[in-house]
Design a protein around this ligand. Structure first.
Ligand SMILES: Cc1cc2nc3c(=O)[nH]c(=O)nc-3n(C[C@H](O)[C@H](O)[C@H](O)COP(=O)(O)O)c2cc1C
Length: 319
């Protein structure tokens, strides 16, 4: 393995993932990079069919492909159904280096969970976001019409409320929540929220407080208010419900998030409505698309940059 391979793997691991679970294992074989699902990191309750897991793998593969092409390699991504599915990134030499604003955006992209102001990006910027799924068979529906944003904010609030009352979902979320700095630094995965209030809870109080906050009705109202203040939403819809299609959704998702970062537009994945069947169906109906379920919901706008979240060292994700 060369230093270049190492660097491309590092870029792959900077991808967003469901719960920041980083559900991937990487290895280089015959000069190409392979990204495999790590099913020990799945969320069996919230993500029973591993859709979010494969979307997260797609995000990592997109980063690897962009980094490879920017470093003079072919960077073509393909899906291999062997086992339960994995991804190959062609690391053969390319004829030329592909200069790319997206490559530089990879380390700068962070989920930006704070409120944005209500400015909407320009028509040209929206068009760039809209095209992110074109060659991947993924529809990107942009919502910038205020009454529709209001209705989606309502769906988000409903999803938070239903999730808050679901004990099994809360238990699973708790397992991925790192409440103290100590836990976050030790594990280098999961959601380090400081309990969402920006303060660090004492180690013994942390899980209790965090659980209470995530279940409180005010949590849904806060998420909805933030959503209302967005410049808009992007909804990504894959071609069908199969792992290789979810990977394509993940690739389009990361491409869109990187385009946004490159244009200094903040963005956050807010997939809570996807984890509740009723709100997911309601979102599909709102988009006028009853036959295909939406896969990813993103809000975007202008505001404070998100903080970087931790990643496990490469040594822990390589085999
Ligand atoms: C498939 C998927 C689903 C996600 N769902 C949510 C979500 O419902 N709520 C949320 O706040 N963040 C969500 N995220 C964002 C992740 O929590 C975030 O990417 C992760 O914590 C890593 O942080 P980073 O994106 O700043 O690197 C999701 C990301 C992915 C890829």
């Amino acid at each position: 393995m060369t230093a270049l391979h190492h660097e491309i793997m590092r870029y792959a691991t900077l991808a967003p993932s469901h719960r920041n679970a980083q559900p991937w294992m990487l290895h280089v074989l015959d000069g190409d990079l392979f990204i495999h699902p790590d099913f020990t990191r799945r969320a069996p309750y919230a993500d029973a069919d591993d859709e979010s897991l494969f979307i997260s793998l797609g995000c990592a593969a997109e980063n690897a492909g962009i980094a490879a092409r920017a470093l003079g390699l072919r960077g073509e991504v393909s899906f291999h159904p062997a086992g339960r599915g994995g991804l190959k990134i062609d690391l053969g030499a390319a004829r030329h280096i592909e200069p790319s604003a997206l490559f530089h955006a990879i380390p700068r992209r962070h989920n930006a969970p704070e409120a944005y102001d209500e400015r909407t990006p320009s028509a040209a910027e929206l068009e760039a976001l809209q095209h992110c799924g074109a060659d991947l068979g993924v529809d990107v529906v942009l919502v910038t019409h205020r009454p529709k944003i209001e209705r989606l904010a309502g769906l988000l609030e409903a999803a938070h409320q239903i999730r808050g009352a679901d004990q099994a979902l809360r238990a699973e979320l708790r397992a991925w929540t790192r409440v103290t700095e100590h836990a976050a630094l030790q594990r280098r995965d999961g959601l380090f929220t400081g309990c969402g209030g920006g303060h660090l809870a004492a180690r013994w109080l942390g899980p209790v407080l965090c659980d209470w906050l995530s279940s409180a009705p005010a949590n849904g109202a806060r998420a909805a208010n933030r959503a209302r203040k967005s410049g808009g939403f992007a909804v990504l819809i894959g071609a069908s419900r199969e792992p290789h299609r979810w990977v394509q959704v993940g690739r389009a998702c990361e491409r869109l998030l990187l385009h946004a970062a490159a244009m200094n537009i903040r963005a956050a994945v807010i997939n809570e409505p996807m984890e509740v069947r009723a709100t997911r169906l309601a979102l599909a109906a709102e988009l006028g698309n009853h036959s295909r379920l939406p896969n990813v919901l993103i809000r975007f706008g202008y505001g404070a940059a998100g903080l970087p979240s931790l990643r496990r060292p490469l040594g822990q994700v390589m085999r």
